[in-house]
Design a binder for this molecule. Structure first.
Ligand code: DQA
Length: 143
């Protein structure tokens, strides 16, 4: 059986829908998950969110072992986490980084990115549609 595609979401993404909607939109994380489930094309998803850096690292390690690919919105850990960078470096499956907003067009502190150098691809600034693009790519890459 084909391995699942892991969709891992980091800190504060549980607040989507009410969190700064002018930046992140009105969709909740459940809305995003439900829309992805309509596009799985027979594949299975492990869709998760955590506010904990260590848990995110554990899930990257698990996904590298048990998954086909990772779609990762690491939230603010993108800009701070060397532990996450190291976990992604050790990862043996494709990693597609997703951001709802485009951090490159935002504050100076968002210009540091520890995920992108360890990722296969980055999709930013497309809102929830970025997750769709990432899923379509992950499905094709691991067919
Ligand atoms: C984000 C961008 C990050 O800079 C921010 O810390 C987030 C969300 C995005 O999806 O646009 O939490 O990852």
């Amino acid at each position: 059986m084909t391995k699942p595609i892991y969709v891992l979401n980091g800190p504060n993404l549980n607040l989507l829908g009410t969190r700064e909607p002018e930046i992140y939109g009105h969709d909740t994380l459940d809305d995003i998950r439900d829309a992805l489930l309509e596009r799985v094309d027979g594949r299975t998803l492990e869709f998760r969110q955590t506010n904990s850096e260590g848990e995110l690292v554990d899930w990257v390690q698990e996904a590298s072992r048990d998954g086909a690919a990772i779609i990762l919105n690491a939230g603010a850990y993108t800009h701070t986490s060397i532990a996450l960078h190291d976990a992604l470096r050790a990862c043996t499956v494709p990693v597609i980084e997703v951001h709802l907003s485009n951090p490159a067009a935002r504050e100076a502190f968002r210009q540091t990115n520890y995920v992108a150098p360890a990722a296969t691809a980055t999709i930013a600034g497309l809102g929830p549609r970025g997750y769709h693009v990432a899923l379509d790519a992950a499905i094709r890459m691991t067919a």
